[in-house]
Ligand binder design. Structure first.
Ligand code: HEC
Length: 252
């Protein structure tokens, strides 16, 4: 009897937890990215636009702490442009002769300035949620590029049967369907220099290309190296095959 009771309670608990966690994240939309595959490359125009989106929208909440300003040369920014970009931000430095920390404009060798001094400050301004550092986000999430794209473009009205917690936003691509980040993108949120129309879709694609580059600035080099090694092995195999024929020619 005890057992039966136990399993009934167990089943009830399972059911209850089942409904509580039923809001599994939706499967991300599947896009084709220029960086996909063995010959994948970084689309520099898109990455530069993505940097603009990061700088003008995301950087007020998210850091990108592994990337230094001078690395922007990789995606086609000139030295002058990089100096100007860095100088717009302030970074902490010091201590000075008086033993005090001070702020100064960033230099190309500095890493990207963070929007908050520490995690606590970041949480305090974001309804208790922590805006994660974005430089590895694409690598650290399953199907990262598609996931981040889907998340950025996936905001909408909550269905009637969903009650949002205070300060939360409805997004079916986020586990639990409620996210503390308000929809960051709206049409024409930025003005692109190259005349590309800044739709939500376009900005989301561009910022994903930029974050993918930030996650792995050496990707193109790695892939090019892989192709060279494959080419070398192929040529080598042909030579060895011919050599084998010559060596064994007289043996019947
Ligand atoms: C107003 C502050 C704010 C802005 C602006 C903002 N975010 Fe966020 N973001 C957050 C917060 C807070 C979280 C944590 C959400 C949570 O845990 O509920 C978050 C989470 C995320 C996540 C992680 C989701 C996960 O799986 O954990 C990604 C990716 C992300 N933001 C990308 C971006 C991008 C790209 C931009 C710019 C287009 C951006 N965010 C702009 C506050 C912001």
């Amino acid at each position: 009897m005890k057992r039966v009771f136990g399993s009934v309670v167990g089943a009830a608990m399972l059911l209850a937890s089942g409904t509580a966690f039923a809001a599994e994240a939706e499967h991300p939309k599947q896009l084709h990215w220029p960086f996909d595959g063995m010959t994948g490359t970084v689309d520099r125009q898109a990455a530069q636009r993505g940097f603009q989106v990061y700088k003008e929208v995301c950087a007020s909440c998210h850091s990108l702490h592994r990337v230094a300003y001078r690395q922007l040369a990789d995606i086609g920014f000139s030295e002058e442009e990089i100096k100007a970009i860095a100088a717009e931000a302030n970074v902490a430095d010091g201590p000075n002769d008086a033993g005090e920390m001070f702020e100064r404009p960033a230099r190309p060798s500095d890493r990207f300035a963070a929007p908050f001094a520490n995690q606590e400050a970041a949480r305090a301004s974001n309804n208790g949620a922590y805006p994660p550092d974005l430089d590895l986000i694409i690598k650290s999430r399953h199907d990262g590029a598609n996931y981040v794209y889907s998340l950025l473009t996936g905001y909408g009205e909550a269905p009637h049967d969903v009650t949002l917690a205070e300060g939360m936003n409805y997004n079916p691509y986020f586990p639990g369907h409620q996210i503390a980040m308000p929809a960051p993108l709206t049409d024409d949120r930025v003005t692109y220099q190259d005349g590309t129309a800044a739709t939500i879709d376009q900005m989301a694609r561009d910022v994903v290309v930029f974050m993918q580059w930030a996650a792995e600035p050496e990707m193109e080099h790695r892939k090019a190296m892989g192709l060279k090694v494959l080419g070398f092995l192929l040529v080598m195999s042909v030579f060895l095959y011919i050599a084998k024929g010559i060596v064994w020619r007289d043996v019947k």
